[in-house]
Ligand binder design. Structure first.
Ligand code: XIL
Length: 335
């Protein structure tokens, strides 16, 4: 195509894509990335487990391949993620005898990890998801009972941001989370961010993951998130956009009629209309939004294949299984 998403949106915000190291090898995926996107996020390659499998061993290969591709093609790079309860190796929390480490040891490990990883990509990564998914989905607490929280306490979050700021003072630092259109969780994320801001923690923005579906969010819910988080003086990025064609797991049993693995014409239309609405809202709030990233490149492969329902394929993106633009793509670029 002569014009890509990045060109249509050049006066709005960068358009990004989550990638794995295979996609940046020469071939159709790499061509699609170059034609359409001006920002990238490594889908897994910079997470604690993949990049830091043992205390004294880093695996830079995959992350380097992605960073090199971004640089060679003038594509911005987001880092994901420095502190998360998932995809973190067991060694992080235990000593050589298997005993849980102390607060001091875990803080030292966290600092070293953040310093080393951010240091390696200093000047190459413009924004980092420093802490990912720290707020629980339900209940009243602001803090997910993760190993970081249990061993360090609630200040693990501000410590992570301080270490990150010291490691690369020019990188933009984000807190990143999902279910941000759920009123209760949104409020608790807001309270956490407000607390961090009040304490002077170096945080620049909030990443709203945007793992949505053709049933959610509503325009109103989305606009409420944007205005609420922007009121804290934080930049907003939609960091992991995908629009599943299925209702969320909790609705699934009630809607067996949609529980099939084909991409039906009805799904195609509904998804196109939903993407149209989402991007209308993004454009309207361009003064608050500094990036929109899709979580995967095309329907050939999505992390939602087999998740959360084993054996089920999903079709959440703007390009089909052959890398061709879908109806949703047309709706996103026609304005
Ligand atoms: C997902 C990846 O896409 C999968 O390949 C992996 O198996 C699990 O993690 N929220 C996040 C992302 O912040 O890191 C997750 O990525 C999706 C949910």
């Amino acid at each position: 195509p002569e014009k890509g998403l990045k060109d249509y949106y050049k006066d709005y915000f960068p358009i990004g894509v989550a990638v794995n190291p295979r996609m940046v090898q020469p071939g159709p995926d790499a061509e699609l990335i170059k034609a359409q996107f001006n920002s990238m996020t490594p889908e897994n390659a910079m997470k604690m487990g993949p990049i830091h499998p043992e205390e004294n061993r880093y695996n830079w290969k995959d992350a380097d391949a992605i960073a090199d591709f971004a640089r060679q093609n003038n594509i911005k790079l987001r880092g994901h993620t420095l502190c998360w309860h998932n995809q973190t190796p067991r060694w992080f929390f235990t000593d050589s005898t298997g005993k849980t480490v102390s607060r001091e040891v875990l803080l030292a490990r966290l600092k070293r990890h953040i310093t080393d990883v951010m240091g390696r990509y200093k000047g190459k990564i413009y924004a980092w998801d420093v802490v990912n998914e720290a707020v629980p989905d339900t209940g009243k607490s602001l803090y997910r009972p993760s190993k970081f929280y249990e061993i360090i306490g609630e200040d693990y979050i501000e410590k992570a941001f301080q270490y990150a700021h010291e490691a690369d003072p020019s990188a933009q630092l984000f807190y990143n989370d999902y279910n941000t259109e759920n009123a209760s969780k949104r409020e608790r994320i807001y309270q956490l961010l407000k607390k961090l801001k009040a304490k002077g923690v170096p945080i620049d923005g909030v990443g709203l993951q945007a793992h949505w579906s053709i049933y959610e969010p509503t325009k109103q819910e989305l606009e409420e998130s944007i205005t609420k988080f922007a009121s804290l003086g934080l930049k907003i990025q939609f960091t992991e956009v995908d629009v599943s064609v299925y209702p969320k797991e909790h609705e699934r049993r009630a809607r067996k009629d949609t529980d099939k693995s084909e991409f039906t014409p009805e799904m195609n239309d509904k998804q196109a209309a939903h993407y149209k609405m989402l991007f209308e809202v993004f454009r309207k709030h361009r003064d608050k939004i500094t990036g929109v990233t899709f979580w995967n490149l095309s329907d050939k492969y999505s992390w939602l294949d087999n998740f959360p329902v084993p054996g089920r394929k999903d079709y959440p993106l703007l390009f089909d299984q052959n890398g061709q633009p879908k109806k949703a793509y047309e709706r996103v670029v026609q304005f």
